[in-house]
Design a protein around this ligand. Structure first.
Ligand code: 3H9
Length: 708
């Protein structure tokens, strides 16, 4: 047996332990080791039953995802997979008890279901999260799970991919018993108890598979939900097909259907993109010049300045993570409004069943309202979330400098302003950093952490680590105008407005990008965020704009007419009292009139051009940002766009998407746009270089990681 698997004994019970840290993924060697252990157990007459358990913090978290990338890039062969091993476990001559703690995910749950019994620690979780990687279970999960949990539960688990708690798994029939206290001891006792009973084989348990009449509405409803909630994704539909096969075919034939669908998904662009996102979300936590050993400043209390939409949301983020937070406003009325909003948001969560009232009450207790900076003395981190204006921010920071303890982190939630200029209002710029939350702060996962030129490594490392504790994905970015996300968003929205000015309807622009997979079209997003936000920023920076370069005007003209977007019921669209948008003929007439006055010829614009212009505007700016070092890697940009801007994860982010199109093709298209529009579309030097060399942004990242 190899190092990854240990076979030991507790009297007559054999114990197979999987030791492949950190998460006991089924890497090469793991199946072989388990197989060998089962052979030995079969041949050992002194053994009456077997326990399989994970060493370290978890049972098996699934297949080794890196192997999938090797397979699809031709660096590893697709073998028979896990099926032969699972049959061997199920055919073992001694009953096999799977003892689950941590997570039994994907292939891990599939291994567990091949055992004759499953026991679990109360904190364990099980799940088939393959769909999140653009896959379906590939080792009979779609065939065994409905046999244990019933068709409806299996469909739910394989399509949403969410983890299921041990207590729920027990109720569903996935787990046979929960074990309080020492899991191994309990599992061995359980094994002894069942050692001489007949061992039930999951593949033969057909009682929960239902009849076609019972199942038809389950499958129809699931397909309907998937088409709405997991728009354009192929894996959830494939998972339903595979489960349907389980209900119609013999086990072996069902496995063949699953295998065919699994391979289709594995080689799809969607799965490759989602696997890139899985590793990307973990890669962004690694900052080349900040070693793992960098000391972390303990964060046990926080303070937020400003109880507006952002400040209130940020206070909720801390409370949700169990960190007490002081929330300050300038006057009582504003503070009351802020608290009322927080209560309203929590009430919605209770209504939707996300939290119980008791949980919300605990969280509200953690938020301490104040009008006085005197309450900031103990805060380990302060987040300033006041109105976006340099003068005001500097005033706040000089006050924070006065009242906060020396080791406190002073963070600004600015979305555009210069962190160094803010830091210079304090005597301790090394403690100052940007933490750019996205609205609504308590929902959106992205946190751009903006590194000032003086921000210390400890402060950066602490904020990166804190982001995980807050349930966010922290991405470190450099201090340029708009940082990474908003800097790229500017040309993206600019192109969408240009397209309207050239004759595309507002709805056509939004529909093209929505169909591409964006959560919302750019103009609807603009209405949601408030058209006045960009308008004010453009006015502030107008002096920096180069003369002679085309400027989008339609959005600003709408603002001049007071059409600020959803909040006042009119922007690019008009809105009813429930904020439902409808196209506004007045906007169409106005944009036609303004374009005529500006001498812009009107034409029919195909959806493909709309997508190329908006998405390649992101890519070109992204390439510039990368080259200038404001983003660490291309994948950082991808993770920002997926988690903060509604870019479809199944396209891997803008930079990954450009790689899949081919950088030469993207470059050529950009030069076409340049020939019409001039300087605005000048190709980014890095894009030009990579395209000429036949390389990708992923190659660029790999080279960077190798050099670090
Ligand atoms: C599957 O099973 C298909 C089957 O049907 C079989 C078909 C034949 N592989 O997330 P963390 C790495 S598909 C390789 O930071 P946590 C991860 O990259 C799979 N590596 O820890 C990271 O590396 P690094 C179905 C993996 O405690 C380190 O482990 N299973 C894998 O926050 C720590 O991870 C899944 O989709 C893996 N499977 O969360 C589960 N998993 O330190 C995927 C993790 O170098 N995994 N790594 O950055 C997870 O959801 C979380 O990792 C888990 C732990 C909840 C387990």
């Amino acid at each position: 047996m190899n190092d990854l698997i240990q076979l030991t004994r507790d009297g007559d019970i054999a114990i197979i332990t999987i030791n492949n840290p950190p998460v006991n993924a089924i890497s090469p060697g793991v199946p072989e080791g388990i197989s060998e252990a089962i052979d030995q157990v079969n041949n050992d007459s002194a053994v009456t039953a077997v326990v399989v358990i994970g060493g370290g913090r978890t049972f098996i978290a699934g297949a080794d995802i890196k192997e999938f990338t090797k397979m699809t890039s031709g660096k590893a062969k697709t073998g028979p997979g896990l099926l032969p091993l699972l049959l061997k476990i199920e055919n073992c001559s001694k009953p096999v008890v799977m003892a689950i703690h941590g997570t039994a995910f994907g292939g891990g749950l599939e291994v567990a279901m091949a055992g004759h019994y499953r026991v679990a620690a109360p904190g364990a979780q099980v799940g088939q999260p393959e769909v999140k990687l653009g896959l379906i279970p590939g080792a009979a999960g779609t065939q065994r799970l409905p046999r244990l949990a019933g068709v409806a539960k299996a469909v739910e688990m394989c399509t949403d991919g969410n983890p299921v708690k041990a207590s729920e798994a027990l109720q569903a029939g996935i787990v046979d018993q929960l074990i309080e206290g020492d899991l191994l001891k309990g599992a061995v006792a359980f094994a002894r108890e069942i050692a001489h009973r007949p061992a039930p084989k999951t593949r033969e348990r057909n009682q929960k598979l239902g009849t076609p009449q019972q199942n038809a509405p389950i499958f129809a409803a699931a397909r309907d939900t998937v088409r709405k909630k997991q728009r354009n994704l192929i894996a959830p539909l494939a998972a339903i097909d595979a489960i349907e096969a389980a209900t119609r075919l013999a086990f072996e034939e069902g496995c063949q259907v699953e295998a065919r669908l699994f391979i289709d998904c594995l080689y799809s662009d969607q799965s490759k993109a989602l696997i890139h996102v899985f590793f990307g979300e973990r890669e962004v936590a690694k900052v080349p010049d900040i070693p793992k050993e960098t000391p972390i400043i303990p964060v046990n209390s926080a303070a937020v300045v400003g109880a507006g939409t952002m400040g209130g949301g940020i206070a909720m983020v801390f409370a949700n993570a169990g960190i007490p937070v002081v929330l300050k406003e300038a006057d009582q009325a504003a503070l009351d409004r802020g608290l009322a909003n927080i209560r309203k948001n929590y009430a919605v969560s209770v209504q939707r069943g996300r939290f119980t009232q008791a949980v919300v009450d605990e969280r509200l207790k953690l938020i301490k309202p104040t009008l006085d900076y005197g309450d900031f003395g103990q805060a380990d981190i302060v987040i300033e979330a006041v109105f976006e204006g340099m003068g005001l921010k500097r005033e706040v920071f000089s006050e924070l400098d006065r009242v906060c303890k020396p080791e406190a982190i002073l963070a600004s939630n600015t979305s555009t302003l210069n962190i160094d200029e803010i830091a210079s209002a304090t005597s301790r710029p090394a403690s100052v950093i940007g933490t750019h939350f996205f609205s609504p702060a308590n929902v959106m996962r992205l946190l751009e952490i903006v590194r000032g030129k003086a921000s210390s490594k400890e402060v950066i490392a602490t904020c990166m680590q804190l982001s995980k504790k807050l349930g966010k994905i922290g991405v470190l970015v450099g201090n340029c105008r708009g940082f990474v996300g908003n800097r790229m968003f500017h040309p993206y929205v600019r192109e969408s407005v240009f397209l309207v000015e050239e004759g595309a309807s507002v709805e056509a622009v939004d529909k093209a990008l929505y169909d591409f997979g964006m959560a919302m079209g750019p103009l609807a997003t603009n209405d949601l965020a408030g058209l006045d936000v960009g308008w004010r920023i453009r006015k502030e920076y107008r002096h920096l704009e180069k003369p002679g370069i085309r400027q989008a005007f339609a959005g600003d003209n709408l603002c001049e007419l007071g059409r600020f977007g959803q909040k006042i019921g009119a922007g690019w669209y008009k809105y009813d009292e429930n904020r439902r948008p409808t196209p506004d003929p007045e906007v169409a007439a106005l944009t036609r009139k303004w374009s005529a006055e500006a001498g812009i010829a009107q034409r029919q614009i195909p959806a493909e051009e709309i997508v190329d212009r908006c998405i390649y505007a992101l890519v070109n700016e992204g390439a510039r940002i990368l080259n200038e070092g404001y983003a660490t890697r291309a994948v950082d940009i991808d993770i920002i766009y997926i988690n903060g801007y509604g870019f479809p994860a199944y396209r891997g982010g803008p930079m990954w998407y450009a790689d899949t199109v081919g950088l030469k093709k993207v470059y050529d298209r950009i030069t076409e746009f340049q020939s019409v529009q001039g300087e605005l579309w000048e190709p980014a030097p890095l894009l030009k270089k990579l395209a000429a060399e036949g390389r990708t942004f992923a190659d660029f990242d790999q080279q960077k990681v190798a050099a670090a």
